[in-house]
Design a protein around this ligand. Structure first.
Ligand SMILES: *Cc1c(COP(=O)(O)O)cnc(C)c1O
Length: 357
């Protein structure tokens, strides 16, 4: 730390991204990316001609991308906001809708960035503990007096909150934004989209990073009623009006339009999730009912850290945590059929080594 950092930020506890080894040495099942490349239409759109236009600024309204997103959900572009990854959308949402006088409420076990943004923007937090089965209790989210943030399906548990419960929460906080982070909804969750027409305080946040195979392009978006989108744009244009670069904009448009490719990728992940869950259960693992592109699993004879280390030594990268609430579990991203076979194979070897020694 230099002598120049302002004292208010001296205690910052930044988000720590999962390991991103830049070689290709691992079967990478640790940060919930898609195992599939972007749609072939994305590859065609990013050609030499488009690269040669990088001397020009991108469209600060991102209108073509907003239109492509709006078309898929039968909305107007006025209902769509685009960000440099959904992390940026989340950050701008905290900046726009949460302040020191109104604590933000979110599940104690959820996406780690919610707490980081609250701290950065000096918003007090109300972290609601999960039930023992990792489900989110609804009561503590009713009439909170501030913004509510929910990941649905939740991370890293994969558990989905039924639409009726999301609706109760949205309607019980009419004076504050209820932000529903639907990063994983395409893999089997229930979207809050049907509530949008009747809930002016609902803000849905989505990403291209998981189901659209574009984590490296950094694209996320929000769906909400036009006044809420306007607010986000006021904040965005006070900070970074060209937040979507030219190439990512083109990539996002094609990824959104190629419905057939999107659906086949999602179907493959859902199928592999089912098959891998069955294999791991057969090996003694227990796990939540994940509606996301990962499994949240524990084994009675393995510590999470030990399993993680043993897999890493065998070339497979997964995720584990030091947080006491998560310490017994690992999160395994669903990859291709071949990647999941490798995971099961190495896991079987790790378990049999244990029995021998
Ligand atoms: C991955 C993830 C994000 C971040 O997505 P980006 O668009 O890559 O910034 C946001 N929320 C949740 C719950 C996630 O899992």
């Amino acid at each position: 730390m230099s002598d120049f950092l302002i004292s208010a930020l001296a205690g910052l506890d930044p988000y720590v991204p999962g390991e991103q080894p830049q070689g290709r040495e691992y079967v990478k099942l640790n940060t919930n990316e898609s195992p599939f490349p972007p749609s072939p239409r994305v590859l065609d759109a990013l050609n030499r001609e488009e690269v040669s236009r990088l001397n020009l600024y991108s469209d600060p309204t991102a209108l073509p991308l907003r239109r492509a997103i709006a078309d898929v959900y039968d909305l107007s572009p006025d209902n769509v906001f685009c960000g440099n990854g959904s992390d940026e959308v989340l950050g701008l949402s905290f900046l726009a809708f949460a302040d020191a006088a109104h604590p933000v409420t979110f599940p104690a076990v959820s996406y780690g960035f919610y707490r980081v943004f609250a701290n950065l923007f000096r918003v007090p937090t109300n972290a609601v503990p999960l039930r023992d089965d990792f489900t989110v209790p609804v009561e503590p989210f009713l009439g909170t007096g501030g913004m509510v943030v929910l990941a649905n399906p939740n991370a890293p548990t994969g558990i989905s909150l039924p639409l009726a419960e999301v609706e109760r929460i949205v309607r019980a906080n009419p004076d504050h934004i209820v932000l529903v982070d639907e990063a994983y909804v395409d893999f089997g969750g229930e979207s809050a989209l049907p509530l949008l027409a009747s809930c002016p305080n609902l803000l849905i946040v989505r990403t291209f990073s998981k189901s659209r195979s574009l984590a490296g392009a950094r694209l996320g978006y929000a769906l909400a009623n036009a006044p809420v989108i306007d607010d986000l744009n006021r904040v965005r244009c006070s900070f970074h009006p060209y937040n979507i670069n030219r190439l990512s904009m083109l990539a996002g448009i094609e990824a959104m339009r190629d419905t057939a490719y999107f659906e086949s990728c999602v179907q493959s992940v859902v199928r592999q999730r089912g098959e891998t869950a069955a294999e791991l259960r057969g090996l003694g693992f227990s796990m939540t009912d994940s509606r996301a592109n990962f499994l949240f699993a524990a084994h009675p004879a393995l510590t999470a850290r030990g399993y993680y280390e043993a897999l890493k030594a065998r070339g497979v990268l997964i995720r584990c945590w030091d947080d006491p609430a998560l310490r017994e579990h690992v999160r395994i991203t669903i990859g291709t059929r071949e990647q999941m076979r490798r995971l099961v194979l190495e896991t079987r070897a790790i378990l049999s080594e244990r029995t021998i020694s």
